[in-house]
Write a protein that binds this ligand. Structure first.
Ligand code: 5FU
Length: 264
Protein backbone atom coordinates (compact mmCIF):
# COMPACT_ATOMS: atom_id res chain seq x y z
CA UNK A 1 0.00 0.00 0.00
CA UNK A 2 1.20 3.51 -0.82
CA UNK A 3 2.00 5.92 2.02
CA UNK A 4 -0.64 8.48 1.03
CA UNK A 5 -3.45 5.94 0.94
CA UNK A 6 -3.17 5.42 4.69
CA UNK A 7 -3.33 9.15 5.44
CA UNK A 8 -6.57 11.04 5.83
CA UNK A 9 -7.55 13.58 3.19
CA UNK A 10 -7.07 16.26 5.86
CA UNK A 11 -3.53 15.16 6.67
CA UNK A 12 -2.66 15.19 3.00
CA UNK A 13 -4.25 18.63 2.54
CA UNK A 14 -2.17 20.08 5.36
CA UNK A 15 1.10 19.26 3.63
CA UNK A 16 0.14 19.46 -0.04
CA UNK A 17 2.26 21.88 -2.13
CA UNK A 18 -0.23 22.14 -5.02
CA UNK A 19 -2.81 24.82 -4.13
CA UNK A 20 -5.69 23.27 -6.06
CA UNK A 21 -5.02 19.75 -4.70
CA UNK A 22 -4.87 21.20 -1.20
CA UNK A 23 -8.26 22.86 -1.61
CA UNK A 24 -9.76 19.66 -3.04
CA UNK A 25 -8.49 17.48 -0.20
CA UNK A 26 -9.61 19.99 2.45
CA UNK A 27 -13.08 20.02 0.93
CA UNK A 28 -13.25 16.20 0.85
CA UNK A 29 -12.33 16.10 4.53
CA UNK A 30 -14.80 18.79 5.69
CA UNK A 31 -17.66 17.52 3.59
CA UNK A 32 -16.93 13.84 4.24
CA UNK A 33 -17.34 13.15 0.55
CA UNK A 34 -15.12 11.54 -2.05
CA UNK A 35 -17.95 11.52 -4.55
CA UNK A 36 -17.84 13.38 -7.85
CA UNK A 37 -20.98 13.58 -9.95
CA UNK A 38 -20.47 13.20 -13.72
CA UNK A 39 -23.41 15.28 -14.88
CA UNK A 40 -23.80 14.40 -18.55
CA UNK A 41 -27.14 15.99 -19.37
CA UNK A 42 -27.93 18.10 -22.41
CA UNK A 43 -30.13 20.91 -21.10
CA UNK A 44 -29.36 23.80 -18.79
CA UNK A 45 -32.50 23.12 -16.76
CA UNK A 46 -31.62 19.49 -16.01
CA UNK A 47 -28.03 20.36 -15.25
CA UNK A 48 -28.94 23.03 -12.71
CA UNK A 49 -31.77 21.02 -11.13
CA UNK A 50 -29.67 17.90 -10.61
CA UNK A 51 -26.64 19.90 -9.42
CA UNK A 52 -28.84 21.57 -6.80
CA UNK A 53 -30.25 18.24 -5.58
CA UNK A 54 -26.94 16.40 -5.49
CA UNK A 55 -24.84 19.37 -4.31
CA UNK A 56 -24.93 18.49 -0.60
CA UNK A 57 -23.40 15.04 -1.22
CA UNK A 58 -20.54 15.75 -3.61
CA UNK A 59 -17.09 17.31 -3.40
CA UNK A 60 -16.74 17.80 -7.15
CA UNK A 61 -19.13 18.37 -10.04
CA UNK A 62 -17.81 17.05 -13.34
CA UNK A 63 -19.18 18.62 -16.51
CA UNK A 64 -19.06 18.12 -20.27
CA UNK A 65 -20.11 21.68 -20.98
CA UNK A 66 -20.09 21.21 -24.78
CA UNK A 67 -23.01 18.76 -24.68
CA UNK A 68 -25.46 21.35 -23.30
CA UNK A 69 -27.79 22.38 -26.14
CA UNK A 70 -28.79 25.72 -24.63
CA UNK A 71 -25.45 26.72 -23.11
CA UNK A 72 -25.11 30.38 -22.17
CA UNK A 73 -23.10 32.48 -19.75
CA UNK A 74 -26.00 32.48 -17.30
CA UNK A 75 -25.54 28.71 -16.92
CA UNK A 76 -21.99 29.31 -15.74
CA UNK A 77 -23.09 32.01 -13.31
CA UNK A 78 -25.80 29.75 -11.85
CA UNK A 79 -23.41 26.81 -11.66
CA UNK A 80 -20.87 28.93 -9.76
CA UNK A 81 -23.62 30.09 -7.39
CA UNK A 82 -24.54 26.43 -6.73
CA UNK A 83 -20.90 25.54 -6.12
CA UNK A 84 -20.81 28.23 -3.41
CA UNK A 85 -24.19 27.29 -1.96
CA UNK A 86 -23.28 23.60 -1.58
CA UNK A 87 -19.51 23.90 -1.35
CA UNK A 88 -18.29 21.76 -4.25
CA UNK A 89 -15.56 22.32 -6.82
CA UNK A 90 -16.02 22.08 -10.60
CA UNK A 91 -14.16 19.87 -13.08
CA UNK A 92 -14.70 20.34 -16.81
CA UNK A 93 -13.78 16.95 -18.29
CA UNK A 94 -12.45 18.52 -21.52
CA UNK A 95 -9.72 15.93 -22.20
CA UNK A 96 -7.47 18.33 -24.10
CA UNK A 97 -5.32 16.54 -26.67
CA UNK A 98 -3.59 19.10 -28.94
CA UNK A 99 -0.34 21.07 -29.09
CA UNK A 100 0.40 23.61 -26.36
CA UNK A 101 -0.52 26.70 -28.37
CA UNK A 102 -3.90 25.29 -29.42
CA UNK A 103 -4.96 23.99 -26.01
CA UNK A 104 -4.06 27.34 -24.47
CA UNK A 105 -6.81 28.93 -26.57
CA UNK A 106 -9.24 26.04 -26.16
CA UNK A 107 -8.85 26.43 -22.40
CA UNK A 108 -8.99 30.20 -22.12
CA UNK A 109 -10.97 31.39 -25.14
CA UNK A 110 -13.95 30.45 -27.30
CA UNK A 111 -17.56 30.28 -26.16
CA UNK A 112 -16.84 28.27 -23.04
CA UNK A 113 -13.79 30.05 -21.54
CA UNK A 114 -13.25 26.94 -19.39
CA UNK A 115 -10.37 28.37 -17.37
CA UNK A 116 -12.54 31.22 -16.12
CA UNK A 117 -14.91 28.96 -14.17
CA UNK A 118 -13.62 25.38 -13.91
CA UNK A 119 -11.33 24.67 -10.95
CA UNK A 120 -9.98 21.53 -12.57
CA UNK A 121 -9.62 20.22 -16.11
CA UNK A 122 -7.79 17.31 -17.71
CA UNK A 123 -5.57 16.38 -20.64
CA UNK A 124 -4.18 13.41 -22.53
CA UNK A 125 -0.42 12.94 -22.64
CA UNK A 126 -0.52 12.05 -26.37
CA UNK A 127 0.92 15.35 -27.71
CA UNK A 128 3.84 15.40 -25.23
CA UNK A 129 4.70 17.78 -22.44
CA UNK A 130 3.90 20.95 -24.40
CA UNK A 131 0.24 20.33 -23.67
CA UNK A 132 0.92 20.84 -19.96
CA UNK A 133 3.08 23.92 -20.58
CA UNK A 134 0.34 25.51 -22.69
CA UNK A 135 -2.47 24.79 -20.23
CA UNK A 136 -0.30 25.86 -17.31
CA UNK A 137 0.28 29.32 -18.80
CA UNK A 138 -3.45 29.95 -18.62
CA UNK A 139 -4.47 27.92 -15.56
CA UNK A 140 -1.74 28.34 -12.99
CA UNK A 141 -2.12 32.12 -12.53
CA UNK A 142 -5.82 31.46 -11.86
CA UNK A 143 -5.09 28.79 -9.24
CA UNK A 144 -6.45 25.99 -11.42
CA UNK A 145 -5.36 22.33 -11.36
CA UNK A 146 -4.82 19.73 -14.09
CA UNK A 147 -5.40 15.99 -14.14
CA UNK A 148 -3.64 13.78 -16.65
CA UNK A 149 -5.41 10.76 -18.11
CA UNK A 150 -3.24 7.85 -17.02
CA UNK A 151 -5.83 5.12 -17.56
CA UNK A 152 -9.34 5.16 -19.02
CA UNK A 153 -12.24 3.02 -17.87
CA UNK A 154 -13.53 1.92 -21.26
CA UNK A 155 -13.05 -1.51 -22.81
CA UNK A 156 -10.01 -1.74 -25.08
CA UNK A 157 -8.54 1.62 -23.97
CA UNK A 158 -4.98 2.17 -25.21
CA UNK A 159 -3.96 3.91 -21.99
CA UNK A 160 -1.70 1.27 -20.46
CA UNK A 161 1.93 0.20 -20.16
CA UNK A 162 4.54 2.62 -21.40
CA UNK A 163 1.96 5.20 -22.43
CA UNK A 164 0.69 5.43 -18.85
CA UNK A 165 4.18 5.46 -17.33
CA UNK A 166 5.35 8.26 -19.65
CA UNK A 167 2.22 10.24 -18.75
CA UNK A 168 3.06 9.80 -15.07
CA UNK A 169 6.61 11.05 -15.71
CA UNK A 170 5.19 14.20 -17.31
CA UNK A 171 3.04 14.78 -14.24
CA UNK A 172 6.07 14.37 -11.97
CA UNK A 173 7.87 17.17 -13.77
CA UNK A 174 4.88 19.53 -13.41
CA UNK A 175 3.63 19.05 -9.89
CA UNK A 176 2.89 22.76 -9.44
CA UNK A 177 0.01 22.39 -11.90
CA UNK A 178 -0.70 18.67 -12.26
CA UNK A 179 -2.63 17.65 -9.15
CA UNK A 180 -3.52 14.08 -10.02
CA UNK A 181 -4.75 11.51 -12.48
CA UNK A 182 -7.84 10.07 -14.03
CA UNK A 183 -6.99 6.46 -13.47
CA UNK A 184 -8.31 3.05 -12.59
CA UNK A 185 -5.66 2.40 -9.94
CA UNK A 186 -3.31 4.48 -7.83
CA UNK A 187 0.04 5.07 -9.48
CA UNK A 188 3.24 4.02 -7.72
CA UNK A 189 3.96 7.26 -5.90
CA UNK A 190 7.54 8.08 -4.98
CA UNK A 191 8.31 9.34 -1.45
CA UNK A 192 6.97 12.90 -0.95
CA UNK A 193 4.62 12.60 -3.91
CA UNK A 194 0.87 12.92 -3.57
CA UNK A 195 -1.33 12.76 -6.66
CA UNK A 196 -5.09 12.68 -6.26
CA UNK A 197 -6.41 9.57 -8.03
CA UNK A 198 -9.88 10.06 -9.48
CA UNK A 199 -11.69 7.12 -10.97
CA UNK A 200 -14.64 7.10 -13.37
CA UNK A 201 -16.49 3.94 -14.35
CA UNK A 202 -18.21 3.43 -10.99
CA UNK A 203 -21.58 1.79 -10.44
CA UNK A 204 -23.26 -0.39 -7.82
CA UNK A 205 -25.94 -1.97 -9.95
CA UNK A 206 -24.60 -2.71 -13.45
CA UNK A 207 -21.24 -3.69 -14.98
CA UNK A 208 -21.41 -1.83 -18.30
CA UNK A 209 -23.50 0.38 -20.61
CA UNK A 210 -23.32 -1.43 -23.96
CA UNK A 211 -21.00 1.26 -25.37
CA UNK A 212 -17.74 0.12 -23.81
CA UNK A 213 -18.07 1.65 -20.36
CA UNK A 214 -17.00 -0.70 -17.55
CA UNK A 215 -18.19 -0.22 -13.96
CA UNK A 216 -16.55 -1.16 -10.69
CA UNK A 217 -17.85 -0.68 -7.15
CA UNK A 218 -16.69 2.06 -4.77
CA UNK A 219 -15.02 -0.64 -2.66
CA UNK A 220 -13.01 -1.92 -5.62
CA UNK A 221 -11.99 1.60 -6.57
CA UNK A 222 -11.15 3.07 -3.14
CA UNK A 223 -9.93 0.04 -1.17
CA UNK A 224 -8.58 -2.43 -3.73
CA UNK A 225 -7.27 0.05 -6.31
CA UNK A 226 -6.39 2.74 -3.73
CA UNK A 227 -7.98 5.62 -5.66
CA UNK A 228 -9.18 8.74 -3.83
CA UNK A 229 -12.37 9.74 -5.57
CA UNK A 230 -15.25 7.94 -7.26
CA UNK A 231 -16.79 9.61 -10.30
CA UNK A 232 -20.40 8.50 -10.79
CA UNK A 233 -22.78 9.52 -13.54
CA UNK A 234 -25.78 7.47 -14.65
CA UNK A 235 -25.66 5.42 -11.45
CA UNK A 236 -27.03 8.57 -9.79
CA UNK A 237 -29.24 10.30 -12.36
CA UNK A 238 -30.02 7.43 -14.77
CA UNK A 239 -33.60 6.81 -15.93
CA UNK A 240 -36.05 6.18 -13.11
CA UNK A 241 -33.55 6.81 -10.33
CA UNK A 242 -34.20 8.89 -7.22
CA UNK A 243 -31.31 11.29 -7.71
CA UNK A 244 -31.00 12.41 -4.12
CA UNK A 245 -31.25 8.91 -2.65
CA UNK A 246 -28.64 7.60 -5.10
CA UNK A 247 -26.27 10.48 -4.35
CA UNK A 248 -26.54 9.73 -0.65
CA UNK A 249 -25.97 6.02 -1.33
CA UNK A 250 -22.80 6.64 -3.35
CA UNK A 251 -21.47 9.22 -0.90
CA UNK A 252 -21.88 6.71 1.93
CA UNK A 253 -20.37 3.84 -0.07
CA UNK A 254 -17.36 5.96 -1.03
CA UNK A 255 -16.81 7.22 2.50
CA UNK A 256 -17.19 3.80 4.15
CA UNK A 257 -14.64 2.40 1.70
CA UNK A 258 -12.22 5.27 2.47
CA UNK A 259 -12.57 4.72 6.23
CA UNK A 260 -11.85 1.03 5.72
CA UNK A 261 -8.75 1.92 3.71
CA UNK A 262 -7.20 4.36 6.17
CA UNK A 263 -7.78 1.89 9.03
CA UNK A 264 -5.92 -0.91 7.24
F1 5FU B 1 -11.54 9.58 -18.54
C1 5FU B 1 -12.71 9.01 -18.42
C2 5FU B 1 -12.79 7.60 -18.42
O1 5FU B 1 -11.80 6.89 -18.50
N1 5FU B 1 -14.02 7.05 -18.28
C3 5FU B 1 -15.15 7.81 -18.14
O2 5FU B 1 -16.24 7.27 -18.03
C4 5FU B 1 -13.84 9.75 -18.28
N2 5FU B 1 -15.05 9.18 -18.14
C5 5FU B 1 -16.20 10.08 -17.93
O3 5FU B 1 -16.86 9.73 -16.72
C6 5FU B 1 -17.24 10.02 -19.03
O4 5FU B 1 -16.97 11.00 -20.00
C7 5FU B 1 -18.52 10.33 -18.25
O5 5FU B 1 -18.69 11.71 -18.14
C8 5FU B 1 -18.26 9.78 -16.86
C9 5FU B 1 -18.86 8.43 -16.58
O6 5FU B 1 -20.24 8.47 -16.60
P1 5FU B 1 -21.16 7.20 -16.23
O7 5FU B 1 -22.55 7.67 -16.53
O8 5FU B 1 -20.93 6.93 -14.76
O9 5FU B 1 -20.71 6.06 -17.10
Amino acid sequence: MHATTKQTYGERAAQHPNACAKRMLELMETKKSNLSLALDVTTKKELLEIADKVGPYICLLKTHIDIVDDFDQDLIEQLLALSKKHNFMIFEDRKFADIGNTVKHQYGNGIYRIASWSDITNAHGVPGEGIITGLKEVGLPLGRGLLLLAEMSSKGALTYGEYSSKTIEMARRNQDFVMGFITQRRINELPNEDFIAMSPGVGLDVTGDGLGQQYRTPHQVIVESECDMIIVGRGIYGKGRDVEAEARRYQEAGWVAYEERIRQ
